[in-house]
Design a protein around this ligand. Structure first.
Ligand SMILES: C[S@@+](CC[C@H](N)C(=O)[O-])C[C@H]1O[C@@H](n2cnc3c(N)ncnc32)[C@H](O)[C@@H]1O
Length: 263
């Protein structure tokens, strides 16, 4: 990671006009971003600090930030599958206790959105082992992870997780696949005692099957399922209220901690 906060050639920048009109672009000398509010010249950005503002040729003021991992996921990554939204990824990271040095197994990689969030938190000394059964998704996912700048902390495996998990003593196993209950026993074997199994599923039926499996033979304890809603608030003098529309449903998240078998 760089020490300074200065925009340089090849950096990605987030250029914001307003809530809805925002772009992530790579800065190159002589390059330009064309918007319907005018052109922004990248030469005006080079050497400036992130957080600067810039005027377009149409005399509009835009602001320039360093994109976060969430900005990258929502604005820049190619979606070849459904993705886990940053609001849900945040809950997963916190509930699993993922931090620098954590060893995390994940399946399936899909578009790599959740993978990028996990990797962002395990760095600089941890690792994410991400299983993806379908080869056709791998190229796009790898590109997305390169874009997000986190590939260094990820090992992608073109493998079906239900055939086995190679890693042992991992801190967390995170599942976002159609049949997570089939991987519960394998997750138990891969986790260290007290390690967290997370399953993200769009339907209640998948969630029930997974919880049932995790509860069998005292494999896991402290099993909790959540749904996470994020509602944006429009804060305006004298008329502050929630936005009319919001993302209503994404997925249910189940968290379960590995129990050690007493002999
Ligand atoms: C909904 S997508 C995952 C999206 C991903 N979490 C993201 O945020 O971009 C589900 C992925 O799981 C993969 N998958 C399904 N079953 C699998 C299995 N048994 N092992 C590995 N990957 C699997 C699918 O091919 C698909 O790419």
């Amino acid at each position: 990671m760089r020490e300074d906060n200065v925009i340089r050639e090849e950096d990605y920048v987030l250029i914001v006009l307003d809530d809805k009109r925002r772009w992530i672009v790579k800065v190159r000398a002589g390059g330009e971003l064309h918007t319907h509010k005018g052109i922004i010249k990248f030469d005006d950005l080079l050497g400036q600090e992130f957080g600067t503002s810039v005027k377009s040729s149409g005399d509009r003021q835009l602001i320039v930030f360093k994109p976060t991992i969430a900005d990258m996921s929502l604005l820049k990554m190619i979606r070849s599958t459904q993705i886990v939204y940053p609001k849900d990824s945040a809950l997963i990271v916190i509930q699993c206790g993922i931090g620098p040095g954590s060893k995390v197994v994940e399946a399936g990689t899909g578009s790599g959105s959740l993978t990028s969030m996990l990797a962002n938190f395990v760095r600089p000394t941890g690792r994410v082992y991400s299983y993806e059964a379908r080869k056709e998704f791998l190229d796009a996912a790898k590109k997305n992870l390169e874009l997000a700048g986190v590939s260094e902390w990820i090992e992608i495996k073109n493998a079906d997780i239900i055939q086995g998990i190679e890693e042992k003593d991992v801190d967390a196993v995170v599942l976002d696949l159609a049949t997570p209950w089939l991987a519960v026993q394998l997750a138990w074997e891969a986790l260290k005692g007290g390690g967290v199994l997370t399953s993200y599923s769009p339907t209640i039926e998948q969630t029930q099957k997974t919880v049932k499996e995790a509860s069998k033979e005292n494999l896991f304890g402290d099993i909790q399922t959540y749904e996470c809603f994020v509602r944006k608030i429009l804060v305006r003098e004298g008329k502050t209220r929630p936005e009319t529309f919001m993302v209503g449903h994404t997925g249910y998240m189940t968290f379960a901690r590995k129990l050690i078998k007493k002999t």
